[in-house]
Design a protein around this ligand. Structure first.
Ligand SMILES: C[S@@+](CC[C@H](N)C(=O)[O-])C[C@H]1O[C@@H](n2cnc3c(N)ncnc32)[C@H](O)[C@@H]1O
Length: 245
């Protein structure tokens, strides 16, 4: 598999990055920092894993890493654009399938997966609905590993100088990686009305409320809080038959 991210894109997805700079922004984040959290997911794996799901797979970085540890992985996302990027990145990976669908209504039968991972997605969903779906499609004794961020804070107007500097630095990096047009669009997007609206749409959620929702739908789930993230692991209880054995 080609791990050089700049190399991993053909002309078509590059066009997508230009058209939708929020995706370029996400790519920057995913490529730079995503791998730092892989260990959290992989520690939760109890080998051998047959079928695994990456819920809200985005452009598929974690899906592909998981595919090296599971027999088969489905990367599901609600955005066709993200799946196009994932397909480009995943290319010839034979044990991965990309699926369009929503966390709110997963297109799988009950008890399908041995492992479900989700990175930086559930804050964008109706959490109880998404968690109920995760619970439904996970096999008894299957495992869940979720990382999420606490929500993007709405930008202030005018932006503090530190943030402006940071945005410029990010755009320069993006320019180096994907060319000037992508870098410029990203800079423009970062201070746009569209981004402010995106930030405002994210629901403010308190820790207590989040813990309450995980606790009631995935009872006994283990939650750890970092400065900006939460990490959740859960193992579904065994079925009656498994418990009797
Ligand atoms: C911040 S990105 C994270 C992508 C990837 N998991 C990663 O960590 O690199 C959030 C992803 O969640 C997807 N998403 C948002 N709402 C969703 C939903 N209801 N069902 C499935 N995916 C969703 C978005 O399309 C986007 O690809």
């Amino acid at each position: 598999m080609n791990r050089n991210p700049a190399h991993a894109y053909s002309a078509r997805p590059l066009q997508l990055l230009e058209q939708e700079p929020q995706i370029a922004e996400y790519e920057m984040h995913s490529l730079e920092r995503g791998a730092a959290f892989d260990e959290f997911y992989f520690q939760s794996i109890r080998a051998p894993v047959g079928l695994a799901l990456d819920l809200g797979c985005g452009s598929g970085r974690l899906t592909l890493a998981l595919a090296e540890r599971a027999q088969f992985v489905i990367g599901l996302d609600v955005s066709p654009t993200m799946l196009t990027l994932a397909q480009e990145r995943g290319g010839a990976q034979s044990n991965v399938r990309w699926t369009l669908g929503s966390a709110h209504c997963l297109p799988f039968p009950a008890s399908s997966f041995e492992m479900i991972v989700s990175s930086s997605v559930l804050r964008l969903t109706d959490l109880p609905r998404a968690l109920s779906e995760i619970e439904r499609v996970l096999k008894p004794m299957g495992r869940v590993a979720i990382r999420d961020v606490m929500g993007v804070r709405a930008s202030r107007v005018p932006e503090p100088i530190g943030k402006v500097r940071w945005a410029i630095a990010q755009s320069i990096k993006m320019t180096r990686r994907f060319g000037f047009r992508v870098g410029w669009k990203l800079l423009h997007y970062r201070f746009s009305k569209g981004r402010k609206e995106y930030c405002a749409r994210q629901l403010p959620r308190t820790r207590n409320r989040i813990e309450e929702q995980y606790g009631s739908i995935l009872p006994g789930s283990h939650i750890t809080w970092g400065p900006k993230h939460l990490f959740v692991t859960w193992e579904k209880p065994p079925s009656q038959m498994q418990a009797d054995e």
